[in-house]
Design a protein around this ligand. Structure first.
Ligand code: 5GP
Ligand code: ZN
Length: 139
C-alpha cells in the first residue's frame, strides 16, 4: 500500500534501523523509543492489525517474537519486556499496518506506565461472559 508508512519501510522507501529481517517479517527500532530498544515487529504483507489476521499471518509474525525479544533483552540488558499490540484507534493504534511493540523494561521509572483498573469479581457474570465468547469462537 503506497500510503502506508510501514509498507514504505518494508520497501526501503523510508529508512529504518532494522534489527531482524526474513522473507515475511521485519523488525526495526520504533522512532519514539518509549524505552531504550523499543522495537516493532511487523509482517511484510500489509494487514490492518491483529484483528484482521488469519491463522497463517498470525503464526508468521508471532512465531518470530520470542527470538527477537530474547536477543533484544540481552542486547539492552533489560530486566523484562512488555509485548503489546494496539488494535484500532480506541486501543491506541496510530499506524494501521499490524505491528507488535517490544518494550524493554529497566525499572519502575523507565518511562512506560501501564495500569489496569481492578474490579470486584462477579463470578456469575464472568461465567456468562465466558460462555458468550466461547460460542463466538466456535461460530
Ligand atoms: P501504534 O500507536 O500504532 O501502536 O504504534 C505506532 C508506532 O510506530 C509508534 O510507536 C511510532 O513511534 C512508530 N512510528 C511511526 N512512524 C514511524 C516511522 O516512520 N519509523 C519508525 N521507526 N517508527 C515509526
Ligand atoms: Zn502497510
Amino acid at each position: 500500500m503506497d500510503n502506508c508508512i510501514f509498507c514504505r519501510i518494508v520497501s526501503g522507501d523510508i529508512p529504518s534501523s532494522k534489527v531482524y529481517e526474513d522473507d515475511e517479517v521485519l523488525a526495526f527500532l520504533d522512532i519514539s523509543q518509549a524505552t531504550k530498544g523499543h522495537t516493532l515487529v511487523i509482517p511484510k504483507q500489509h494487514v490492518r492489525n491483529v484483528l484482521e489476521m488469519d491463522e497463517d499471518a498470525a503464526s508468521t509474525v508471532f512465531s518470530r517474537v520470542p527470538k527477537i525479544a530474547r536477543a533484544l533483552k540481552k542486547a539492552t540488558g533489560a530486566s523484562g519486556m512488555n509485548i503489546i499490540a494496539n488494535n484500532e484507534e480506541i486501543a491506541g493504534q496510530t499506524v494501521f499496518h499490524a505491528h507488535i511493540h517490544l518494550v524493554p523494561r529497566y525499572g519502575d521509572k523507565d518511562g512506560l506506565a501501564i495500569s489496569y483498573t481492578e474490579h470486584e469479581p462477579d463470578f456469575e457474570a464472568l461465567a456468562k461472559l465466558a460462555e458468550t465468547i466461547k460460542k463466538e469462537i466456535s461460530a
